[in-house]
Design a protein around this ligand. Structure first.
Ligand SMILES: Nc1ncnc2c1ncn2[C@@H]1O[C@H](COP(=O)(O)OP(=O)(O)O)[C@@H](O)[C@H]1O
Ligand SMILES: [Mg+2]
Length: 372
């Protein structure tokens, strides 16, 4: 069911954990709330679940208003029909897998037969039907999170809320379960809000990502659009774009000047007002051998290749521009980097289309067009 949040505010004393937050999760969409620790993700999720009482705003699930600050209305958590999965394995160790999953159905007064049928159905979905009768304490961390997920799905919730459910798992399991979660989400068409501080997880699981900073949503869009066009330098840094440099306020002959370095760049679009930074995605940086002759073209620099790390299909390079010493990260296809050795001088080039000029911060969300 569609979830609609309007003007949400949550204060702990004088500290505003959530400020004027608007969010719509259309029916069947997987929305990922992505932001640094402490930005207000869990507070937002708990407010929707009914575990926290916001100081202002409204929350609706489907047609039903479950919270209205002005009207003093708040539907208790157990009447909101939301499913929840948390970081900790909230699984009863002394019960069997099936009993764990059937518990909410039992609470609702379903017959033993109904409980069993439905529990096996959701266990099938998460790939654990064969372990239905095993004691829950005999499970691995990944299996316990599958049980928690199955239990949250047993009641066919209107919306599924997941708060960093994979962060206690080791890397390999996390990758597996991430793919699995996405499959289930797509297969079942679940409306879900997934909270994480992990960019990779957000990119993998989201239909749309909402970036949260200091209690506000600052950017909303598809994973592709957010990755291609972060709305601010702070968002770009958070997404792992390593080359983010503050710019001088004045341009020189139409060129952008990197503050503190003798480096000038041309950008196709320079809409940002000051203060602004320039952002160069590592995969947009081209490296050529220095010996290649040719006209000095726009955004071409001499550089020293300091480090090159082989990553299979690609090579991650650390470059130092000459003579300014500005340090750049580049990600180049391995075959394009053949013959490049650390310590060698190279030519570095960035297309003006790929020079992103961004405000340092934004306070208002900008919905991005769906990337082609
Ligand atoms: N019960 C609480 N009492 C006081 N402050 C809180 C409480 N819960 C969270 N906060 C504060 O609210 C802010 C947002 O917290 P939280 O929603 O847990 O962030 P996140 O989940 O993004 O890490 C943080 O500054 C946190 O310290
Ligand atoms: Mg949290």
């Amino acid at each position: 069911m569609e979830v609609t949040v309007r003007g949400l505010e949550l204060r702990y004393g004088s500290h505003a954990a959530i400020q004027d937050l608007d969010l719509t999760i259309p029916d069947g969409e997987s929305l990922v709330l992505l932001g640094q620790s402490g930005c207000g993700k869990t507070s937002t999720m708990r407010s929707i679940a009914g575990l926290e009482t916001p100081t202002a705003g409204t929350i609706a699930i489907g047609d039903r208003v479950v919270f209205d600050g002005a009207a003093g209305k708040s539907v208790p958590a157990f009447r909101r029909n939301v499913g929840m999965v948390f970081q900790s394995y909230a699984v009863w160790p002394h019960k069997s897998v099936l009993e764990n999953v059937a518990f909410p159905l039992k609470m609702k007064g379903a017959s033993r037969q109904q409980q069993r049928t439905r529990a096996l159905e959701v266990l099938e979905t998460v790939g654990l039907a064969h372990l239905a009768d095993r004691g829950a304490s005999m499970l691995s961390g990944g299996q316990m999170q599958r049980v928690a997920l199955a239990r949250s799905m047993a009641m066919a919730p209107s919306v599924l809320l997941l708060d960093e459910p994979l962060s206690n798992l080791d890397a390999r399991l996390r990758d597996d379960l991430r793919v699995e979660l996405r499959r289930i989400q797509l297969e079942k068409g679940l409306t879900s809000l997934y909270v994480t501080h992990d960019q990779q997880e957000a990119l993998a699981l989201a239909d749309r990502i909402a970036i949260m900073q200091s209690g506000r949503i600052t950017q909303l869009g598809t994973p592709q659009s957010i990755y291609r066009t972060p709305a601010s330098a702070s968002i770009a840094s958070f997404l792992g774009v390593t080359n983010v440099f503050p710019l001088e306020d004045q341009t020189h002959h139409g060129l952008l000047k990197v503050r503190g370095h003798d480096v000038a760049l041309r950008a196709s679009r320079t809409s940002a007002s000051t203060p602004a930074s320039v952002c160069l995605r590592p995969e947009d940086i081209r490296i050529e051998e220095e010996s290649r002759t040719g006209q000095d073209s726009v955004n071409t620099f001499s550089a020293l290749l300091e480090v090159a790390v082989f990553q299979g299909a690609s090579l991650r390079c650390r470059l130092s521009l000459l003579p300014s010493g500005l340090s750049l990260d580049a990600l180049v296809p391995s075959e394009a980097a053949a013959g490049l050795a650390p310590g060698s001088r190279v030519r570095v080039r960035v297309d003006p289309d790929n020079v992103l000029v961004l405000p340092d911060d934004v306070s208002q969300p900008t919905e991005q067009a769906v990337a082609a």
